[in-house]
Ligand binder design. Structure first.
Ligand SMILES: O=C[C@H](O)COP(=O)(O)O
Length: 253
């Protein structure tokens, strides 16, 4: 039985005051309303990791995550944040390969493989994102592209390392557009990813990998998406910025 995860990707939003207010509102609602074994992650901007983490204390259900880390360990890389630094803050999760990083910051599969290795070296759990742009889906090449993204960044790992990774399938055309994938489309692609992992690492290993769906998840569509057999929760952008809606999404998991 795979763990259900609902991660909120706050992206580059909120002031410190707003960020801590959001975290404490969700924390209170989760404590009061959420039953069952779902892990919640706040993927905050770097400056808010520590204040939000301190606010959470030793909350066993909610953790913090970063939205990126460097492929380098330390040194003269102005503006970068290393996996080692995140580890020293006891930040357990890091999103890697989000489509916005791929699109606006030129991150490719080879670079992401290095980031994955660095995150694993420092015992962070990477949330590795993959997903196709609209033009690729329109050409019916989405399976091919997503399989390639997974291969480029994850197929160099051994099975034990792969099992330390969470995957998020996020079709780019569904991100921030309000146009979510249907449950059927999400399930199909999650099954494709799992099958591809099985071809390399074996079915038993592939069956343990948590695969999240991301792209316009909201309180109205979360339940149907999360009830798909290969969808193990969500990576939520816009709706994670609203405490009531995010908590309702968590409840759907
Ligand atoms: O990381 C989250 C995704 O980019 C989804 O964002 P969204 O829920 O605003 O579509």
């Amino acid at each position: 039985m795979r763990q259900k995860i609902v991660a909120g990707n706050w992206k580059m939003n909120k002031t410190l005051e707003e960020a801590t207010a959001l975290a404490s509102e969700v924390m209170g609602m989760v404590a009061d309303e959420v039953r069952g074994n779902v892990k919640v992650i706040f993927c905050t901007p770097f400056p808010y990791l520590l204040p939000v983490k301190n606010l959470l204390g030793n909350n066993a259900r909610i953790a913090v995550g970063a939205q990126n880390c460097s492929e380098h360990e330390s040194g003269a890389y102005t503006g970068e944040t290393s996996a080692l630094m995140l580890k020293s803050l006891n930040v357990p999760y890091v999103i890697l390969g989000h489509s916005e990083r791929r699109q606006y910051f030129g991150e490719n599969g080879k670079l992401l493989a290095k980031k994955i290795d660095m995150a694993l070296k420092h015992t962070l759990t990477p949330i590795f994102c993959c997903g196709e742009p609209l033009e690729v889906r329109e050409k019916n090449e989405h399976e091919k592209l997503v399989k390639q993204q997974v291969e480029e960044s994850l197929f160099h790992l051994d099975a034990a390392s792969l099992q330390k990774i969470v995957i998020a399938y996020e079709p780019v055309w569904a991100i921030g557009t309000g146009k979510t994938a249907t449950a059927q489309q999400a399930q199909e692609m999650h099954a494709v990813i799992r099958k591809h992992l099985a071809s390399k690492f074996g079915q038993a290993v592939a069956d343990t990998i948590i695969i999240l769906y991301g792209g316009s998840v909201n309180a109205a569509n979360a339940k149907e998406l999360f009830s798909c057999p290969d969808v193990d929760g969500g990576l939520v952008g816009g709706a994670s910025l609203k405490s009531r809606e995010f908590t309702d999404i968590i409840k759907s998991a």
